[in-house]
Design a protein around this ligand. Sequence first.
Ligand code: ATP
Length: 136
Amino acid sequence: MNTLKVSVVTPDGPVITGDFEMVSCKAESGEIGILPGHIPLVAPLVIDSVRLKRDKTEEVVVVNGGFLEVRPNEVSILSPSAELAADVDIARAEEARLRAEKLLEEQEDVDKERAELALMRAMNRIRVGKLGQKNK
Ligand code: ATP
């Protein structure tokens, strides 16, 4: 079987590594699907998910931006933070969302960009986490 060596790594260490048949992710330029034999590529990722397919099963990973690097039959994703969709603590993400929304409502000197990114991470975790945990 033709596969890709995939790793999703954060500053805290690897989140998942292994051989997969296809990688789907969302770059700033749009959705990218990578199969074995793909040309080398580096692309910035947005806050979304990465899906890793093998034997008709799929691993879904929450990825909070970062970079995708494709080398011959190897895919590396480096992200500031990432976790398996199945491991997302939805209640924690709901709390993070409320915190960020509150900050954004305040008129005072709030770092809006930072709060907006925290809100995007939280909403992405809720969405992807719920998808990943649906069949459990
Ligand atoms: P929080 O405010 O809840 O910490 P955050 O968006 O600031 O959220 P990050 O900086 O993206 O958190 O991640 C810090 C670490 O916490 C990472 O290891 C990440 O995987 C983990 N993490 C954050 N939120 C969740 C969650 N809802 N479920 C599981 N792990 C989480």
